[in-house]
Design a protein around this ligand. Sequence first.
Ligand code: SF4
Length: 373
Amino acid sequence: MLRLQAPLPDRYTLATADELESWIRAAKQARGDELLILGHHYQRPEVIRWADQRGDSFKLAQFAADNHQATDIVFCGVHFMAESADILTADHQRVVLPDLNAGCSMADMADIDQVEEAWEEIAAVTDIGRLVPITYMNSSAALKAFVGEHGGAVCTSSNARAVLEWAFTKGDKVLFFPDQHLGRNTGHQMGYDESHMRVWDPHHDLGGLDERAVKETTFLLWKGWCTVHQRFQTAHIEQFRAEHPGGEVIVHPECRHDVVEIADKVGSTERILEWVEAAPPGAVLGIGTEIHMVQRMASEHPDKTVVSLDPLVCPCSTMFRIDEPHLAWCLESLVRGEIVNQIVVPEATAAWSRVALERMLELTGQPAPARVD
Ligand code: SF4
């Protein structure tokens, strides 16, 4: 998806690190409780240090919704995360993304036109009433609205199994987007094998499948992936285990299935953090997730050895676009009363997205954030 971030004024691009620090600090003080800076776990250190709350995308959106005093939410994450925050927060709260080019390559692999087209193609060859659409949190608001309107739900990496189990009480097959790996890994966890799964390639007629495959498949998995997590290979795990006999391998479920299959533990970013925190002193942990998060866990737990499974650095390049110059620019603009880079989800889309998110919360037994308009 094309998004255009206007170039920053020279004041920010030419600023020294000390200047940026003092401007951000002053802006935070000036806005007080009305400002909330949210930092995703994958953010670079010089940005995350300013966050009032760290978390994964859904936790941060809920945190913003629960903090009604904050009118300006600066989301140091990527575009779909800011959209989710706008969907869940009240009308008096504005969500700002410091750099509009901070998208998510995985979320961008499924756009609403492609999904609507896929839905029509599948409807032409099978009973669409038995197909339940499920979208991962890492998707645009338009896709969340689509699943809300078509009887489906959103899922996160920690509740994907519960959401898919619910889906099979509503139908007998799912269209899962945009991450094929989370869908496949969860399907395997539920006892299905590859014969129940097919990849839907949106760039081919009927997803590159034949009619029979579409009719018979239980999991239609959208051909999307995370450029960060797909990098991890089984060879990385073998190398780590050779170097650290007794070490533990923990990976994210956006990793490929062969990687997930041989890992010791598989969990969301929040679960990975919990496991690292709970590990005893002296533990050696090889982690398969974004490098900034791995490096932060390593520095915050000096009594443990926490390393990335991939010896080459693997940052989330879109998240990396959020830097101190953009943060300082948007904060100083807010102090002047000027709203830049506000992310606004149209109300009709937001309403159906909330339906999909509330279904997820209900079936996983979590309370929905209270919107105070
Ligand atoms: S780590 Fe992957 S899924 Fe997460 S924002 Fe980056 S590209 Fe998207």
